[in-house]
Design a protein around this ligand. Structure first.
Ligand code: F6R
Length: 243
């Protein structure tokens, strides 16, 4: 596991975008695993800027997103489908048919999860998976106590995640209670993992996840067992790691 420290959110975003760009340049038809949330917005903005300058070409890139709220339609501005189009897909030359987000409107969860897992496999797996980190250590929507072996599945969101995500909705009542997410088993199959994290509020969980015991109670701790993980954090998020 390599940890890179950035002085602030902008620098974290630029470093993360550099790592993703390198992947796209080295393998133009790569499979990028993508994340939503507030952390990667600056990374996506930076990729868009470099694309506009002519430094990046997404025409052969394929993507799979980590997760999606169950029950939200694509045109709902809180759906992760909408988020990805808004922050990245509609701003670069990626082919819409090469982008994939779990279908939150599919009511048959077994069917949707099996479809998504098979899709990732049929694409040859994920070359680099971008991850954010939840305050409770979740990755994707894999909440504490999730089995490390799980593949794509439907989860009930915990109160702490509903609380953290209500800032994007009119109220906590409007936050969907379930989501489809790649499982930890799916995430661990990615060839490379890039986790980005910023802000003092995540300093405790960073120390716990990457320097504490590997336990399902802290889902991100499983990344200690992956052989190619890069963490890019700002100084505030890395302020409590042992030096
Ligand atoms: C998003 C996702 C989540 C977030 C995490 C951090 O696709 O899977 O695990 O990465 O909740 O969210 P932010 O970045 O908003 O702090």
């Amino acid at each position: 596991m390599k940890i890179y420290e950035a002085k602030d959110y902008q620098e974290m975003s630029r470093k993360a975008a550099n790592i993703l760009s390198a992947q796209v340049i080295l393998k133009p038809d790569c499979v990028l695993g993508l994340a939503t949330g507030s952390t990667p917005i600056g990374t996506y903005d930076q990729l868009v800027e470099w694309y506009k300058k002519g430094d990046l070409d997404f025409s052969e890139v394929k993507t799979v997103n980590l997760d999606e709220y169950r029950g939200l339609t694509r045109d709902n501005d809180q759906s992760y489908y909408y988020f990805m189009h808004d922050h990245l897909f509609d701003r670069v030359n990626i082919k819409p048919e090469n982008t994939n987000v779990p279908d939150g409107t599919e009511e048959d969860s077994d069917k949707e999860c099996a479809r998504y897992e098979k899709l990732i496999e049929s694409m040859g797996g994920v070359d680099i998976q971008l991850l954010g980190l939840g305050h409770n250590g979740h990755i994707g929507f894999n909440e504490p106590a999730a089995s490390f072996a799980q593949t794509t599945h439907c989860v009930d969101l915990t109160e702490s995640t509903i609380e953290a995500n209500k800032r994007f909705f009119a109220s906590a009542d409007d936050v969907p209670r379930q989501a489809y997410t790649m499982g930890i088993g799916t995430i661990m199959k990615a060839k490379k993992i890039l986790l980005i994290v910023n802000g003092e509020a995540k300093a405790d969980i960073v120390a716990k996840a990457f320097f504490g015991p590997v336990t399902p109670e802290v889902p991100a701790s499983v990344l200690q067992l992956h052989n190619d993980v890069v963490i890019v954090g700002d100084s505030a998020a890395l302020s409590k790691i042992p030096r």
